[in-house]
Design a protein around this ligand. Sequence first.
Ligand code: NIG
Ligand code: FE
Length: 420
Amino acid sequence: MSELAVWNCAQLVTLAGPARSRVGPEMRELAIVPGGAMLIRDGRIQAIGSRAEMERVLSADAQIFDAGGRIVLPGFVDAHTHPVFAGTRAGEFEQRAEGAPYAEIAARGGGIRSTVRLTREAGEAELLVAARRYCAWFLRGGTTTIEAKSGYGLSLESEVKILRVIRQLAADGRLRYVPTFLGAHEVPDEYRGRLDAYADLVVHEMLPRIAEEHLAEYCDVFCEPTVFPAAQARAILLAARALGFGLRIHADQFTPDEGALLAAELGASTADHLEVTGPAGLEALKAAGVQPVLLPASVYHLGSTRYPAARQMIDLDLPVVLATDFNPGSSPTASMPMVLSLASTQMRMTPAESITAATINAAYSLRRGHQIGSLEPGKLADFVIHDCGDYRELPYFFGREPAWAVYVGGTCVYSSPHFY
Ligand code: NIG
Ligand code: FE
């Protein structure tokens, strides 16, 4: 038996509460234990309480972690990322700074399709090296689980290659991964003007193979009238559902309501982006129990000011989730603390609401709320000691890496170079 006690926490931010996503005013309740302590046995949380209580039950050879008056939180659960790709789009970033719009760059063959060309050429080993580097970035921001999408292959063979890389990353055992198949991320060069033929390829060749090899839990589609309109997105998602995949949708990033209404119609787990969703879309999500996943870092990086209506969603009791959307085009950041900062300054979410959206609500959106997302007895010991004394400092000090030590399943997978 291995035992670890963590004590001397300024705040043990547990997020203990009902076994479901939190809505409305519940999102402000973090269930903080001031001066708290936690006992971990064999990778799971055994008890939460005071140091004196832990000392009474500790075995002689238990490890002790003195948090030194810092805060301890569940690891962030980043429910929307695209972490496997080759190259960067720093050149396009420069063009955008000079005034070229994202959509125009994409129409010229740049954007997602330029990353696809590079990713198709890369071997698994090269993609793995790049993705391991990004994995370290997630850990440095205090993230312990990510949902990881394919989508830069767009052919059977290269989509399978990306999902196999995600499987290898998961086997590393540092960060936890939830794999999602996003073959309908864009129409690749060789299918330009043949949308239906490409959608058929996704339905008849890619999905069955990915299901057979158990390479993904979810299927996602970039639903947008100029990319995958609702008709094609619906056909792909219905086929995915029939094969047992959960559904997530890139919805309403540029065009209102088509994606949100489709997510509601299909009872998808999540509708992601929602920058331009109107009242009808929001009501449909609410009625169908679809979780909104908000990605403010992509709004920021694209130089837009059109952030999703987070306050309205919280007022409607929608169980809001926050994620990075880490990808080379619209959101090259793996930092959940940066996302929390944007949520507070640009969407008027309070620090507590943001933390709820980035932990327990995100965990439920991935059907993992019973295992991760809060610090409660029986759950996996995925937690982070952050180098500050108050949880509100996480979004307040921005552009820093607050994680001091990161634990996954009770094992330390990262500690800050400033650690002493
Ligand atoms: O979520 N919207 C589509 N997909 C990504 C962007 C991907 C890219 O530009 O490479 C997103 O923002
Ligand atoms: Fe995305």
